[in-house]
Design a binder for this molecule. Structure first.
Ligand code: GDP
Ligand code: IMO
Ligand code: MG
Length: 423
């Protein structure tokens, strides 16, 4: 398979985990390049459901190599718990999980700072996993990296330096408790020892794989509209969830990437605060939420639901250079009499076909909809495009036309077998 990046083309939870699991079969290396355990990627295999937060979703295929790249922020406790969870289900990661030595480490003070910021009235609705504060330290050049956990002198020095500031902020600004250096130091030194066997220079590893003509599958987390540069700032995550992040987050040059595929739901969801022009304001919110099981895979929060927004996805097509699309959760729309697709926004008498950067426009705009007939039939057992109801095909064709991008794969359920190509 060509070296491929898979990204979420909406606000996350598009079904990337399922798609990665399917494509992993034909790939040698599966690589996470940004985000952390704010991600929740679900893979359903028969009666087993796996939710992966940090380890690439390819891990469920025996023998596949999985890489956590330098662009990821790693909570060691979360990583070790995930390794243990997989082990308890008979999936061994030793010898095929590789952790970048330059990935930044999430500490408990990052989580506490995330939680404290979220108590404010103007919150973002984060996952409270410490993602934002950890990336902030990385950019401020204060961060502690995986390699630092492997050297007791460096860890102590960096932790002392960090705690001096963090404890002052916690106690003086937030009136919260300070962290004890000794306890934290011992805990993280221990994590370092436990993770040591996975740690390596993953850039060298990936370049060596490329030299040996192995194929790479880059697993994006979150989604384009949560990207810190291209999303609905400030209601975004703190990393580049778009395809560009695959290069910076791994050290593999963009010219080694052959293809970029975007995953979209047949409708739209978002978790947390921030603008969402096509959000349902009626009973459909509850109907789709329950039919689609739209509750966060990481935090369990109910996801906000709305109609398919092609202004959002056209933005994604551009930003990521999408070559192809995968449409998931088509089955969730099975019972509807009619289905709307947003083709543009209207604000103050002006029509926006391109995604506006101004949050004021996004909050105040009125979506311009096109209405299509529903298909009112169960699609969950369908195994080929030809067998889809006529109106389901019409919906997909219209989507493809509006987006100007080919739909290559369609998903009608969470299981592997509930997937077929558009041919
Ligand atoms: P990710 O973060 O993009 O990997 O997506 P999540 O795992 O957070 O959320 C997607 C949810 O939808 C999971 O519960 C999947 O099992 C489920 N899912 C994936 N594809 C389909 C589909 O085609 N139909 C239905 N009904 N569920 C799906
Ligand atoms: P996957 O990979 C959906 C959202 C949070 C919040 C914002 C910032 O499963 O698609 P953060 O904790 O990252 O600082 O929160 O981003 N968010 C996600 N929403 N899917 C995700 O990941 C998300 N990861 C973060 O809800 O709005
Ligand atoms: Mg998810």
């Amino acid at each position: 398979m060509p070296n491929t990046v898979i990204i979420g083309a909406q606000w996350g939870d598009e079904g990337k985990g399922k798609v990665i699991d399917i494509l992993a079969e034909r790939t040698d290396y599966i690589v996470r390049y940004q985000g952390g355990n704010n991600a929740g990627h679900t893979v359903v295999i028969g009666p087993d459901k796996f939710v992966l937060h940090l380890i690439p979703s390819g891990i469920l295929h025996k023998g596949k190599k999985c890489v956590i790249g330098n662009g990821v922020v790693v909570d060691p406790r979360a990583l070790l718990d995930e390794i243990e969870m997989l082990g308890s289900k008979g999936i061994e990661v030793d010898g095929r999980l590789f952790l970048s030595e330059t990935a930044h480490v999430i500490f408990p003070y990052h989580k506490v700072l995330d939680e404290l910021k979220e108590q404010k009235k103007k919150k973002i609705g984060t996952t409270k996993k410490g993602i934002g504060p950890c990336y902030a330290d990385k950019v401020a050049r204060l961060g502690i990296r995986v390699v630092d956990l492997l050297d007791k002198d460096i860890l102590r020095e960096k932790l002392e330096n960090n705690l001096e500031d963090k404890n002052a902020i916690l106690t003086k600004i937030y009136n919260a408790d300070a962290f004890d250096i000794e306890k934290l130091y011992r805990e993280y030194l221990d994590y370092g020892e436990k993770m040591r066997k996975y740690v390596c220079d993953t850039t060298v590893l990936l370049h060596d794989a490329l030299k040996r003509k192995k194929s790479l599958l880059f697993e994006g987390a979150q989604g384009t509209l949560l990207d810190v540069d291209h999303g609905t700032y400030p209601f975004v995550t703190s990393s580049n969830a778009t395809s560009g992040g695959a290069a910076t987050g791994t050290g593999v040059g963009p010219n080694r990437i052959d293809k970029v595929i975007g995953v979209v739901k047949a409708y739209t969801t978002r978790v947390g605060e921030g603008p969402f022009p096509t959000e349902f304001s009626d009973d459909l919110m509850d109907t789709i939420r329950h039919k689609g099981g739209e509750f966060g895979a990481t935090t369990g929060r109910p996801r906000r639901c709305g109609w398919f927004d092609s202004v959002v996805v056209r933005h994604s097509v551009k930003i990521n250079g999408l070559d192809e699309l995968v449409v998931t959760k088509l089955d969730v729309l099975d019972d509807l009499d009619s289905i709307k697709v947003c083709t543009a926004y209207r604000y103050n008498g002006r029509i926006y076909k391109d995604f506006p950067a101004d949050v004021k426009v996004l909050n105040g705009c009125e979506p311009v909809y096109e209405q299509l007939p529903g298909w009112k039939a169960d699609t969950t057992c369908i195994t080929s495009y030809m067998k889809l109801p006529k109106n389901a095909k019409r919906y997909l064709k219209r989507m493809q036309k509006i987006l100007g991008t080919k739909i290559v794969l369609i998903s009608v359920g969470s299981e592997r077998r509930q997937t077929f190509s558009s041919e």
